[in-house]
Ligand binder design. Sequence first.
Ligand code: GDP
Length: 534
Amino acid sequence: MLDTQTNRPELPPEIARRRTFAIISHPDAGKTTLTEKFLLYGGAIQMAGQVRAKGEARRTRSDFMQMEKDRGISVSASAMSFDFGKFRFNLVDTPGHSDFSEDTYRTLTAVDAAVMVVDGAKGVESQTQKLFEVCRLRDLPILTFCNKMDRESRDTFDIIDEIQENLAIDVSPASWPIGVGREFMGTYDMLNDRLELMDRADRNVVAESVQIESLDDPKLADHVPEHLLEQLREEVEMAKELLPKLDPQAVLEGHMTPIWFGSAINSFGVKELMDGIGTYGPEPQIQTAEPRKIAPEEKKVAGFVFKVQANMDPKHRDRVAFVRMASGHFKRGMKLTHVRTKKPMAISNPVLFLASDRELAEEAWAGDIIGIPNHGQLRIGDTLTEGEALRVSGIPSFAPELLQGVRAGDPLKAKHLEKALMQFAEEGAAKVFKPMIGSGFIVGVVGQLQFEVLASRIEMEYGLPVRFDQSQFTSARWVHGDRKAVEKFADMNKQHISYDNDGDVVFLTRLQWDIDRVARDYPDVTLSATKEMM
Ligand code: GDP
């Protein structure tokens, strides 16, 4: 049967109830707090605060994680599943620090929507803006949560205007705050004509929800002081007049974002936001792939790796490949084809990430995220199917912006270093280039901090002290063209040529002039700052 709104076949109920999303925000806006409350309402944890407590226990287990904690950033990403009402939510965590934007970008290829959290006093901040641009590239639907309304915050119209202006997206208020700062007492639910009143005393419950007929309902006066009521009536009237009405289709197309106001720490507004994700967030979407797209309702299972993480559990030196299921109904023990190597893989120990633990995934549907422990067979961008040679597309690799040479502190350990570097390259934590001439490696990253993270991980996980030093190169470009032309080009420019961990040819240079020269002198090849992972 066709869905009247989308003109697509209706999804099997198990798939239709899935909502797979990420949270984008600037550090400190409240992402962690909001995540905790999601899990609280999702029944995944008993008490809010556990994500943090658990996280801390895990972090102290290693220096690297310690560093993550000291700097107040989250380097590693994970996925969490929980139920809310009739929905199954899959929340994919995005690393918050700007140095890890490539990782973030790839994470966003695995979700169908994003929740944007802004601080009510600060509005749209730099990192939010950046992440938003990435979502826009994929036309991801965005739902907005304006947090920290219990504190002095900006005027509601100002906040909405700023989002509309800076992000060029229509904003439609799903709720409207009553009072600000100390006077903030709750919201008026614009979609259901209800008052949601906040209880500052108990942070884990929403105190009261008052059903009203309209803003003229005399019942209102029992709950809201006269001066706030007047202001509320005025503002809501203006909002209805000036701001666009919520249009679910525009939300799905990424042209409009509904905004909810609340206070994550007081658990206020969170439930309404969750209802909103269920109602306006999309079902699992069609996945672009070659040579054909993959639709979630297809009977056969397909999925793709968007992240690889090593040493999630220091006791087991395994890696976990995070796989977004693109179609079908996966069952534990299934044999899937690893399309890149054409080899079958029995998926016998897939894991599902529940709030506080990981457990075996007996099954998974399109939209779900599962973790597959492996010893390095699975790389970012890999596709798993029931046999068909499909390759999910659109997972890019970006040219690094910083390059450094790397050497093992102990020259006899060069082989170990190579192994360590290859692991990080496959995880997507760095680009590793082996120069055509000479020995050693050149490592490329997006932000300076990544060098430090790498150095401490190599030392910790491989017992190998390393030294990074300045490289003579500052830019890397992949060389595209037919094989012969690329080989010939490499041969004539040996001092600039390296191979990445897939064996692809990379041109390294310090000068833009060099890049222009190649464009002029070698019409058979092109240099590019991205390559698609396959
Ligand atoms: P993240 O960096 O985005 O993950 O932000 P956190 O969730 O760690 O929150 C940053 C700080 O803001 C913490 O001290 C939180 O306790 C605080 N915070 C989070 N939500 C609220 C809120 O609704 N009101 C107030 N006043 N503080 C909040």
